[in-house]
Ligand binder design. Structure first.
Ligand SMILES: Nc1nc2c(ncn2[C@@H]2O[C@H](COP(=O)(O)OP(=O)(O)O)[C@@H](O)[C@H]2O)c(=O)[nH]1
Ligand SMILES: [Mg+2]
Length: 335
């Protein structure tokens, strides 16, 4: 891809400078570049090298409808009250039509939509496998590099891509609602292993105590044997993000915000052998490598390689594993 006027290095530098001064337009433009392919994403990333990042990354995950966006909105309010600039990336791979997700999140987080200290953006995969986690990693890093203090990534915790997105976070908050099914699903998806704080939202509904108990025993099972010298004890909290039925603000939010803060302090005090920064870098590099591979496969040369390999497999002269290995070799050696 050639650098046009829209993505040339000079233009990118200008956009970054504007984004750092608080321009929403420039920030949005840069994220669009990051989403639009690996070459442009790489150009933005290269222009960000050396910029300080002080942002904490908070991943918020859980099944659809449990109240993630409602909780995120409440978190924005708390962090804004401390004077922090807050960005939210809403990742919704299930919706290839970005409009729906965008509108929904914007409307719901609407009370913050005119606040210049808040930036909200929906990321969509547009049917592109692998591209989503790479683009989200790139966007999160951009937001950190242009001066946001908190970057929240909201995602529906299903599938490998989603887990990859969560590995970017310093703290992963898993949101569930009363009912056993959610917890079991989360455990299956491997989300429970990377969750740092668990919250059962919709505590105004029946079955909260049972869900909390189930989750506590799942954590005890899942984490035994992993404990290091200073293991973090994953708390299980309850909230009513939408506010108590009797009226008033969210219930349990202070405790939840305190738990997320406590986890950050824990990380600062116990960096551990597998530091979050390393885990994050690993997730980002892996996502970018996958995206590059995907793009190579879908470029004309990759399609030709695939077509030739498919013909041989269909003929029965080569098995699909050998053919795939050959395609990979050709792609990665530039053959
Ligand atoms: N009863 C009840 N409803 C809630 C609570 N929190 C959020 N909701 C509602 O649940 C629905 C889904 O919330 P949303 O934040 O969009 O969930 P998400 O899909 O996980 O982001 C909305 O109608 C919210 O108003 C809660 O604590 N109790
Ligand atoms: Mg949501």
């Amino acid at each position: 891809m050639h650098d046009g006027p829209a993505s040339g290095a000079g233009r990118i530098e200008e956009l970054i400078a504007a984004a750092a001064r608080g321009s929403v337009r420039a920030t949005a433009r840069l994220i669009t570049l990051i989403e639009s392919g690996e070459d442009r994403a790489a150009a933005v990333s290269a222009a960000l090298v050396g910029r300080p990042r002080r942002a904490r990354l908070l991943g918020v995950t859980g099944p659809p409808g449990v109240g993630k966006s409602t909780l995120v909105t409440a978190f924005i309010g708390r962090y804004r009250a401390r004077g922090a600039r807050v960005a939210v990336l809403a990742v919704d791979p299930s919706s290839p039509f970005s409009g729906g997700a965008l509108l929904g999140d914007r409307v719901r987080m609407g009370e913050h939509s005119t606040d210049p200290g808040v930036y909200i953006r929906s990321m969509s995969s547009r049917g592109e496998l692998g591209g989503l986690s790479a683009a989200t990693a790139g966007a999160a890093d951009l937001l950190a590099a242009v001066g946001f203090d908190v970057v929240i990534v909201e995602t529906v915790g299903v599938g490998q891509n989603e887990v990859a997105v969560l590995r970017l976070a310093d703290t992963v908050l898993l949101v569930l609602a009363p009912g056993l099914g959610d917890g079991v699903q989360a455990a299956k998806a491997g989300i429970l292993e990377i969750a740092d704080v668990l919250v059962v939202n919709k505590a105004d509904r029946d079955g909260v105590a049972t869900t909390v108990r189930d989750l506590r025993s799942m954590i005890a099972l899942g984490r035994s044997g992993q404990a290091g010298g200073a293991a973090w004890r994953v708390p299980v909290l309850t909230t009513i993000a939408a506010g108590s039925p009797a009226g008033g603000g969210p219930v349990g939010l202070d405790e939840l915000v305190a738990a997320v803060d406590a986890h950050r302090e824990h990380l600062a005090e116990h960096p551990g052998p597998q530091r979050r920064a390393v885990r994050r870098a690993q997730a980002a590099v892996e996502a970018i490598a996958l995206r590059r591979l995907q793009e190579s496969l879908h470029a004309p040369a990759g399609r030709d390689l695939l077509a030739a390999a498919a013909a041989q497999v269909a003929d029965g002269t080569v098995d699909p594993h050998a053919a795939a290995a050959r395609v990979l070799r050709m792609l990665t050696t530039g053959g």
